[in-house]
Design a protein around this ligand. Structure first.
Ligand code: ADP
Ligand code: MG
Ligand code: MG
Length: 905
C-alpha cells in the first residue's frame, strides 16, 4: 500500500485525532478531533508533516503519491460541500493553512478564499447576490496570495506593507477610515490594483487556474517553515526543525456575508487571571484574521451574548463540550456564517503563570483533572511569573495625581515593567545589548517583532485586543504587556508617541512604565514592588489569607512537593538569602561560597594582606583577622538553616580576583601593611597568570597554603558550636573544590578532620559533619570511583565541568557561541541547559562509579543548571539526591523536579 500522506476530516468523521499532532500538526489533529466529537467543522484534509520533511530532503519536491491523494481528498470535500473546486458557477473555495506540532501563533502563513478568479467571481455573485461580499473575499485572496505565495512584502522595517499602502491610498481618495465602508466597486478596483502591483514588482502574473493556486499555496506553507520569523520562534521555544509543518486545506465558511455573519477568537476561561468565564472577542461581517490583526477593534464576547443570543448559545455549548472533552482551557477560532457557527481551530490555550496555577487548581476542584495532572499542567517557568514585581499602589496614585497617567489599554500580560521606549525590533535588540531596559512600543506587533519582544521588559501596542498577536506572544514569553491602547498616537518615522490632549511628547529613549495587570501607561519611571507571593513569603507585609494568588500558589506547591523525589537546595552565602530560599521551600544549602564573605567591609584588606605575605607566619597573622568574620557569617547562616544541611565550599576563585588593581588601591594597601608600592607591584606581577581559570585556584590554593583551609575549618566549627549551644541543630558539609583526583582530596580532608577534632575537643562538643568534594574537572568525573573511597558526598559543579569538557571559556564564549547556536552546531547554550550527550555522560559515569564504591553516596548539583527545568529533569534521571539553585529559582526547581518524577512513572 502506498504511504498515507493525506488525512481527511468532514461530516462527523475524521481519519485523524487529537494525539496525532506530530503527524498532522496541532491544528490538523484538533480539527480532526473536533470533527469526531461532532462539532461543526467545515470539511477538509491535512497533508502530513512527513511531506514537509520529504520536501526539504528532496530539493523541494513532493512524494509522487501526494498528487493523487490530494485529488481524492479534494473530491471528497466537493462531495461533502455540494460544489466543485474550479467550477465557475458555484465554486468551492478553500483555505490553505499551516499547522506545526507546537502552536506557532502567526509564524507561518495562511491563504483564504482560494479558488477565486475573474470568472468564478461572476458565478459567485450570481449565486449569493452579494457582490460586495464576493469582491471583499477576492481582494483578501489576492492580497494574501500575493504576500504569502508571490512574496510581495515590505523589504525593510520602515516600509509599509505594499498592499496596505494601496488600501490606505484608496481610503484617502474615498475619504473613509474603515475597511467596512469600501463599496464593491472599490474592492473590485483594489483587486485590479493589487494584481498590477504584483506583476510590476515580481514580474509574474497572478495565477487564474485554481489548481495552480492550490499547489502554489501548499508550497508556500512548506517554505514558510524556513522563513526568518519561524526560525527565530523555533529557537526561542526550542522547537526542533525536524518537526516540520503540516498543511490544512479546508472548505471556506464566510464571516463576511453581512450582519448575521462574523468571526472571532475566544478562550474557554480568562487567560489572564484564570477566572472561569468565557473570554474573547469577535467582529461581525469580517473574515479570518481581522480580529487578531487588530485592523478593527473587536468587541468582547460578553457583547455577543446581548447582541446575538442565538449565536452565543451555540458558542457557549461548544465551550462546555470542549472543556469537558479536553479537560483543559482551550483557545478557539470560530466563524459565523448567517447565524450558523463553525469551529475553525482549537488548541490548549496559552495563559499567564497565575492563570495556569489557578486553572489547574480549579479544575481539580471541579474534578476535571487530578492533582498529578494539575502539576503536569504548569510549566516551571510559568511559576516564575507569579513571583514577578508589581508597582506600588501609592507611587502609582501619586503619578496619576501628577498627571503622568498617559493612557489606559488592555491588561494583556500581567506584571510591572519600566524602561526606555523603542519603536522597532531592531532598535530594541540593540538597546538591550547596551544594557538598557526596553519597552517596545508598536501600533501592533507581528511575528516580525519577535526578537524585539524578546529583548523588551514590556510591550505596549495601540491596536489589537486581548487575543492580538502582541498579547498572545507576550503572555507566552511571560512579558508584561499593555495592548490596544487606542489613544496612543505612535509615529514610527519621528519615533514619538503622544496622546491627544496630553502635554507629554515621548521620544525614543524616554522612560515609561506600564502595568500589565491594569493596563495603565505612565510617563517616566515608577518603582516596582514584589508580587503578592513575595509580600507574603519574603517581606511578610501581607497575610497569607489576604492574598488570593498566594492561596492558589500554596495549594499548588503542596501537590508539587508530594510528587517529587529530588530535594531542592539553594546556592546562598548570606543569612538573608538563606531566609528567602527557605521561604521558597529550600531544604538546605547546596553551595555556600565562602569567598563572597571575603569582600565585605574592610575584610578585603586582611585578605590582601594574606595573599601578599611572603611567609606562612604573615599569612597566619592575616588569616587570624579574617577568622572572626567568617565565623560570624557562618553563625548567621546556621541559625537560619536550623538543622538543614549546609554545604560550604572552601576557598575557590583565582587569587587575582582579590588583588588591588588601581594605583590608589595599591598605595593604600602599601601604607596599611607597612610596605612599599614597589614591593606590592612586584608581588602582583609574580602572581599574574595567563589563564587564571586553569591556574592557581580551588583546592590548589589550599594545597599551597594549607593554613587557609585550617582557618576556614576553624571558623565553621567554632560557629557550629556557638549555634548548637543555643539548641539549634547544625549540619555542615564541607566541600573541596576543583580536585582532579583523590590525592588532593585526601590531603585537604586530613586538615579538615584534624582542625574539626581540635575545635570539638577545645569546646567539648560534638558536631556531626561531612567532608565531600565537587566534581567539576572532567578527570575527577573519570576517577570518581577512587574519590568515592574517601569523599562522603559529590556535588557536580556543572559550570566548570561544562567549561572544561567543551574547552570553552564561559567568560569568552559570548563572542562565538551564539553563532554556534544560530548555525545549529550546538542545540542549546550548554551553560544554560546541561549538555546531556557530553557533560551528562561524564556525570552519569561519575554517579555510577561513585555509587559502586559507596552505595548511598550523596550526590547533588550546584551549578547554574540546578534551576533550569530540563537540567533538573536530567538530574532526576541520573538519580541525584538534590539540585541546588539560586533562592528565587527554588519554586521553579521544585516544580521541575515533581514534573520530572511524574514523567518517569
Ligand atoms: P494561524 O495559525 O495564524 O491562526 P489560521 O490557519 O488559523 O492561521 O488562519 C487564520 C484565520 O483564517 C483563522 O482564524 C480563521 O478565522 C480564518 N480561516 C482559516 N480557515 C478558514 C475557513 N476554512 N473558513 C473561514 N475562515 C478560515
Ligand atoms: Mg488560527
Ligand atoms: Mg567551580
Amino acid at each position: 500500500m502506498p504511504k498515507k500522506y493525506v488525512y481527511y476530516f468532514g461530516v462527523g468523521k475524521a481519519e485523524g485525532k487529537a494525539d496525532m499532532k506530530s503527524l498532522l500538526g496541532g491544528k490538523g489533529a484538533n480539527l480532526a478531533e473536533m470533527t469526531n466529537i461532532k462539532l461543526p467543522v467545515p470539511p477538509g484534509f491535512t497533508i502530513t508533516t512527513e511531506v514537509c520533511n520529504y520536501y526539504y530532503a528532496n530539493k523541494k519536491k513532493y512524494p509522487k503519491e501526494l498528487n493523487k491523494q490530494v485529488e481524492t481528498a479534494l473530491k471528497q470535500v466537493e462531495k461533502d460541500m455540494g460544489c466543485n473546486f474550479g467550477d465557475y458557477k458555484d465554486p468551492l473555495l478553500l483555505s490553505v493553512r499551516s499547522g506545526a506540532r507546537a502552536s506557532m501563533p502567526g509564524m507561518m502563513d495562511t491563504v483564504l478564499n482560494l479558488g477565486l478568479n475573474d470568472k468564478a467571481v461572476e458565478g459567485l455573485i450570481l449565486k449569493t447576490g452579494n457582490d460586495r461580499f464576493v469582491y471583499d473575499s477576492y481582494r483578501r485572496f489576492v492580497q494574501m496570495y500575493g504576500d504569502v505565495v508571490m512574496d510581495l512584502k515590505p523589504k525593510d522595517k520602515n516600509q509599509i506593507d505594499p498592499f496596505e499602502e494601496i488600501i490606505e491610498h484608496k481610503k484617502k481618495n474615498r475619504n473613509i477610515t474603515d475597511d467596512i465602508d469600501f463599496t464593491s466597486e472599490d474592492l473590485k478596483e483594489l483587486v485590479f490594483e493589487f494584481k498590477a502591483a504584483i506583476k510590476k514588482e515580481t514580474g509574474k502574473n497572478f495565477p487564474d487556474d485554481p489548481m495552480e493556486q492550490i499547489w502554489g499555496a501548499i508550497g508556500a506553507v512548506f517554505r514558510s517553515w524556513m522563513n526568518d520569523r519561524a526560525i527565530v520562534y523555533r529557537k526561542l521555544n526550542n522547537i526542533p526543525v525536524e518537526w516540520g509543518t503540516a498543511v490544512n486545506i479546508q472548505a471556506m465558511v464566510f464571516g463576511n456575508l453581512g450582519d448575521t455573519s462574523g468571526t472571532g477568537v475566544a478562550f474557554t476561561r480568562n487567560p489572564s487571571n484564570g477566572e472561569n468565564e468565557f473570554y474573547g472577542e469577535y467582529l461581525m461581517n469580517a473574515q479570518g484574521e481581522d480580529v487578531v490583526a487588530g485592523i478593527r477593534t473587536p468587541l468582547p464576547i460578553s457583547e455577543l451574548k446581548k447582541a446575538k443570543p442565538k449565536i452565543y448559545k451555540q458558542l457557549d455549548q461548544v465551550r462546555k463540550n470542549l472543556e469537558h472533552h479536553y479537560k483543559d482551557m482551550l483557545d478557539v477560532e470560530f466563524t459565523i456564517q448567517e447565524e450558523k457557527l463553525y469551529m475553525l481551530q482549537c488548541r490548549v490555550g496559552k495563559r499567564t503563570g497565575y492563570a495556569s496555577v489557578k486553572i489547574a487548581v480549579d479544575m481539580v476542584k471541579e474534578k476535571l483533572i487530578n492533582e498529578k495532572e494539575a502539576v503536569r499542567r504548569v510549566e516551571p517557568e510559568q511559576l516564575n511569573q507569579l513571583l514577578r514585581p508589581i508597582f506600588s499602589t501609592k507611587e502609582k496614585e501619586e503619578a496619576v495625581r501628577d498627571g503622568r497617567l498617559l493612557a489606559k489599554g488592555l491588561n494583556a500580560g500581567p506584571g510591572a515593567a519600566c524602561g526606555k521606549v523603542y519603536f522597532n525590533s531592531y532598535d530594541s535588540v540593540n538597546a538591550k545589548a547596551r544594557g538598557e531596559k526596553v519597552i517596545l512600543v508598536r501600533i501592533e506587533t507581528s511575528p516580525e517583532d519577535i526578537r524585539g519582544m524578546n529583548a523588551a521588559e514590556g510591550i505596549l501596542t495601540s491596536r489589537g485586543g486581548m487575543t492580538s498577536h502582541a498579547a498572545l506572544v507576550a503572555r507566552q514569553m511571560g512579558k508584561v504587556c499593555v495592548a490596544g491602547c487606542g489613544t496612543l498616537d505612535i509615529d514610527y518615522l519621528l519615533k514619538t508617541v503622544q496622546v491627544k490632549g496630553k502635554p507629554h511628547l515621548i521620544k525614543e529613549g524616554d522612560f515609561i512604565s506600564i502595568d500589565g495587570s491594569t493596563g495603565e501607561v505612565i510617563v517616566g519611571k515608577l518603582q516596582a514592588k514584589p508580587s503578592e507571593i513575595l509580600q507574603v513569603l519574603i517581606d511578610k507585609t501581607l497575610k497569607p489569607k489576604d492574598s488570593k494568588p498566594y492561596s492558589y500558589y500554596s495549594i499548588f506547591m503542596k501537590w508539587v512537593d508530594k510528587f517529587r523525589r529530588l530535594k531542592i537546595r539553594t546556592n546562598a552565602d548570606q543569612p538573608d538569602q538563606c531566609e528567602n530560599a527557605v521561604a521558597f521551600g529550600a531544604e538546605g544549602i547546596g553551595l555556600c561560597r565562602t569567598e563572597h564573605m571575603f569582600f565585605g567591609g574592610d575584610r578585603i584588606d586582611a585578605v590582601r594582606e594574606m595573599i601578599l605575605a611572603y611567609k606562612e607566619e604573615g599569612r597566619r597573622k592575616a588569616l587570624d583577622k579574617i577568622l572572626p568574620y567568617q565565623r560570624k557569617d557562618f553563625v548567621g547562616i546556621f541559625k537560619v538553616m536550623a538543622g538543614l544541611p549546609v554545604t560550604i565550599r572552601t576557598l575557590d576563585p583565582p587569587l587575582h580576583e582579590f588583588l588591588p588593581h588601581t594605583e590608589i588601591e595599591i598605595r593604600k594597601l602599601a601604607k596599611m601593611i607597612g610596605t612599599t608600592v614597589d614591593e606590592i607591584s612586584y608581588k602582583l606581577h609574580s602572581l599574574q597568570e595567563f589563564n587564571p581559570m586553569l591556574g592557581h585556584r580551588g583546592c590548589r590554593l589550599a594545597i599551597s597554603f594549607p593554613e587557609i583551609t585550617e582557618m576556614q575549618t576553624r571558623a565553621i566549627f567554632e560557629a557550629a558550636v556557638i549555634v548548637q549551644k543555643e539548641g539549634i541543630k547544625v549540619e555542615p558539609e564541607i566541600m573541596i573544590p576543583l580536585i582532579s583526583g583523590e590525592k588532593e582530596f585526601i590531603e585537604q580532608e586530613k586538615i579538615i578532620r584534624r582542625v574539626a577534632a581540635e575545635v570539638m575537643k577545645e569546646k567539648k562538643m560534638k558536631i556531626k559533619y561531612k567532608v565531600g568534594t565537587m566534581i567539576e574537572i572532567p578527570r575527577a568525573a573519570l576517577v570518581a570511583g577512587k574519590i568515592a573511597e574517601h569523599a562522603e558526598f559529590f556535588s557536580f559543579g556543572t559550570n566548570d565541568l561544562t567549561q572544561m569538557t567543551f574547552g570553552l571559556s564561559r567568560d569568552d564564549s559570548g563572542s562565538f557561541l551564539p553563532n554556534y547556536i544560530d548555525k545549529e552546531i550546538i542545540e542549546r547554550d550548554p551553560f544554560e541547559s546541561i549538555d546531556k550527550e557530553g557533560v551528562g555522560m561524564l556525570m552519569e559515569f561519575a554517579v555510577r562509579k561513585g555509587r559502586e564504591v559507596k552505595k548511598d553516596l550523596k550526590i547533588g548539583i550546584c551549578g547554574e543548571h540546578g534551576g533550569e527545568p530540563d537540567s533538573v529533569e536530567f538530574c532526576n534521571e541520573l538519580g541525584l539526591d538534590y539540585v541546588s539553585c539560586s533562592p528565587f529559582r527554588v519554586p521553579v526547581a521544585r516544580l521541575a523536579a515533581a514534573r520530572a518524577q511524574l514523567k518517569k512513572n
